[in-house]
Design a protein around this ligand. Structure first.
Ligand code: G3P
Length: 216
């Protein structure tokens, strides 16, 4: 499973990159606002060291403007993925980028019907938001299974990019279902390695080793 990092915080991306955990990056307008930095500069800097897909989202709401903005974003680096909202205008822009060979990430997906439309529009990635569905009492992971089944039935090449991930279980369930990618907030990635028995076991090994008086 590929891990994208869901942040516009460059220091966080660099830290995780040292561990080989960054297969790509996703940003959105809220994450850019949170970083407090210039959007274009941020995407330039990220694509300077991340070789996998880096999602940069358009702000326009009509297809013609989305295409204009998307072209500017795609010109930053060949691995920029134009992020488009799942609206009819976004789908129209998605089709246009597919024809131009520009990668797209269709975002704000909350239903299988929307995911089917994105695949038909030639999206490179579809981003179903599991956490936000869970938040309103729906089964976010149920949507991932449903999309997986539909895409497999018709061999759609659109990749399922699980978004709005809140915890390790989301990642594990998405991996078991066979989602192609999960985009993860840095804190969720760091949490994954933690286990009380690992800490306790290491403490015991080191204490026992100290008793041997040996060195490696
Ligand atoms: O980038 C889209 C997505 O991952 C947002 O997550 O936590 O704002 O629902 P969240």
């Amino acid at each position: 499973m590929r891990f994208f990092i869901d942040t516009a915080d460059i220091a966080e991306i660099r830290k995780l990159d040292e561990y080989g955990m960054v297969d790509g990056v996703t940003t959105n307008p809220s994450l850019v606002a949170k970083s407090g930095r210039n959007f274009i500069d941020t995407i330039k800097e990220i694509t300077g060291f991340v070789k996998g897909p880096v999602s940069a989202e358009v702000i326009a709401t009509d297809a013609a403007q989305m295409i204009e903005e998307g072209k500017k974003l795609a010109a930053i680096a060949p691995n920029v993925t134009v992020k488009l909202p799942l609206t009819w205008e976004g789908l129209k822009a998605c089709r246009s980028f597919a024809e131009q060979g520009i990668m797209t990430n269709v975002t704000l997906c909350f239903s299988a019907a929307q995911a089917l439309l994105a695949a038909k529009a030639g999206a490179t990635f579809i981003s179903p938001f599991v956490g936000r569905l869970d938040d309103i009492g729906h089964q976010g992971m149920g949507l991932i299974s449903e999309i997986r089944r539909i895409y497999d039935n018709y061999r759609y090449p659109t990749q399922i990019l699980v978004a709005s991930v809140r915890h390790t279980n989301h990642i594990l369930e998405a991996a078991a279902i066979g989602a192609d990618v999960a985009t993860l907030p840095p804190a969720v990635v760091w949490q994954m390695a933690k286990h009380a028995l690992t800490d306790k076991g290491l403490e015991t090994f080191l204490a026992d080793w100290a008793k041997t008086g040996q060195k490696i």
